[in-house]
Design a binder for this molecule. Structure first.
Ligand code: UD1
Ligand code: CA
Length: 476
């Protein structure tokens, strides 16, 4: 038995490791933008980040990104997505074509005995399974596999490189649209720009590419042509879903992809997570957001970034959640905004509330209309229901913040904290001039301007607020 296993491994050598090369140096003229195409966002993340994430699922040895236009920003976007693990960059200062872009990565890759998967930074919806299918077909040809190209058929192939096959259906060459004859242009099968190469043979052929074509560029597409002329077989992997592997060239396509991605995400949330969307066509949920079972989401809600929403929540129209964490059974009323903040189980937020900068609502707390919390914590079952600003404030349990209360946290230079205890009643229109502390069970009368700390169980009133009397403690 042992021996048989050994034989098995001898006849099936380990496949070569994969390196991924992502071409992302171009500006993308048809976007009509100052911003490099691969930095434009789809589902709230740059195009190149989508490609990087998909590439990583193939567990390549390395991912190299060719950068040029806005190289620093593209590099930063890649690092944000991938961290620093196994990612490298090659700079192509001037863009002389896709072949020239690959050449820029020669020092990083040329010596490695590996399979090179080439992708473009502007093909954000390509699925990992599709790339795996290409790699698998490439590997099937054995260790001599030199090049396999992912192709698709398009009703309107205008602008793309055409795949020319012989009468047996074998690869002959790729011709770019601008270099093709009228007859060649009738071919509907096009080059997706996604390829597998034997790394060393690819670079050897790339050295021989000359910029003799309509655009005066170094074409990567000449590499398969050269390999074929040298007598190697170039494999073609015809892919079903043309849309998936087509790149984004302009803002119309960007918008189309946005709606494809959105549909994909909502479908998954409905079918797998059990979320109800009243109107999926007008609800915007990022790919990385998580939402719990039996949560109901009304139209025009945006849930962005790494937001997590619990079970049995109701999120009414027009709310925006960005990197928010929402517990179970929470109601978020219309047009509320929750940014980088945390809302505990059973809380109620809004309408028109604004929580930001690590604000926290503990379980059962409630904020109502026109209430803003910045870097503030509202304790369990505490309430601030109307027209209030709480900045740099920490508020205890079962405290009520009256209408129109403001923490005056900013003296023009520095921000100061306000601390309010448990069971406090802050009267309407109280100004809390920070830094200030309000003890447990204290009460402020309407219109108080609190400039000094308030002892527990004390009623204050006036401008500035003066002690009126000691109160009976609520505590039993
Ligand atoms: C390329 C292919 C074409 C294919 C099409 C699929 C060539 C010559 N043609 O054409 O056969 O049908 O993709 O979309 O390869 N880039 C650089 N540096 C450069 C030039 C391009 O990094 O100097 C990057 C771009 O940023 C982009 C990718 O390479 O991400 C593709 O370049 P693009 O100019 O869009 O190639 P196409 O003309 O579309
Ligand atoms: Ca393109």
């Amino acid at each position: 038995m042992k021996q048989m296993e050994n034989q098995e491994t001898e006849t099936k050598p380990e496949p070569k490791p994969i390196n991924v090369l992502i071409l992302a140096a171009g500006l993308g003229t048809r976007m009509r933008s100052e911003t490099a195409k691969v930095l434009h966002e789809l589902g709230g993340r740059p195009l190149v980040a989508h490609v990087c994430r998909t590439a990583r699922t193939l567990e390549p040895a390395r991912i190299i990104v060719v950068v040029g236009h806005q190289a620093d920003l593209v590099e930063a976007a890649v690092r944000t997505e991938l961290g620093d693990s196994k990612v490298g960059f090659a700079v192509q200062t001037e863009q002389h074509g896709t072949g020239d872009a690959v050449m820029a990565a020669r020092a990083e890759l040329a010596d490695s005995d590996s399979t090179l998967l080439v992708l473009s930074g502007d093909v954000p919806l390509v699925r990992a399974e599709s790339l795996a299918g290409l790699v698998q077909q490439h590997r099937k040809q054995g260790k001599d596999a030199v090049c396999t190209i992912l192709t698709v058929e398009l009703e309107d192939p205008t602008g793309y490189g055409r795949m020319i096959r012989d009468t047996d259906g074998k690869f002959v060459k790729i011709v770019e649209h601008r270099d093709a004859t009228d007859h060649e242009r009738k071919t509907k099968e096009i080059n997706s720009g996604i390829y597998c190469f034997d790394t060393q043979r690819m670079f050897a052929a790339l050295e021989r590419v000359q910029p003799v074509n309509a655009q005066g560029e170094y074409y990567l597409t000449d590499v398969p042509n050269i390999l074929r002329q040298d007598g190697s077989e170039v494999g073609l992997h015809l892919h079903e879903d043309a849309r998936e592997v087509s790149g984004i060239n302009n803002r119309v396509e960007l918008a189309e992809f946005e709606s494809i991605l959105r549909r994909r995400t909502l479908r998954r949330l409905m079918l797998e997570s059990g979320v109800t969307f009243i109107d999926p066509l007008h609800t915007y949920v990022g790919e990385d957001a998580r939402i719990g079972r039996d949560t109901v989401i009304y139209p025009n809600v945006h849930i962005e970034g790494t937001s997590v929403v619990g079970e049995r929540c109701v999120i009414r129209a027009g709310a925006r959640l960005t990197n928010a964490t929402i517990g179970d059974g929470v109601t978020i009323k219309d047009h509320s905004m929750i940014l980088d903040s945390w809302v505990g189980d059973g809380c109620s937020v809004g309408p028109f509330a604004h929580l930001r900068m690590q604000s926290v609502l503990m379980a059962g707390a409630a904020v109502g209309n026109f209430v803003e919390l910045k870097k503030s914590t509202l304790g369990p079952k505490s309430k601030a229901m109307h027209l209030t600003y709480l900045g740099d404030a920490t508020i205890g349990t079962r405290t009520n913040i009256g209408a129109g209360t403001i923490t005056c946290n900013y003296d023009g230079k520095n921000k100061h904290p306000t601390t309010i205890g448990d069971g406090v009643k802050i009267g309407s229109d109280t100004m809390l001039v920070a830094p200030v502390t309000v003890g447990n069970g204290a009460v402020t009368a309407a219109g108080s301007v609190v400039t000094r700390d308030i002892e527990p169980n004390t009623l204050v009133a006036g401008v500035p607020a003066l002690v009126k009397k000691k109160l009976e403690s609520d505590e039993k």
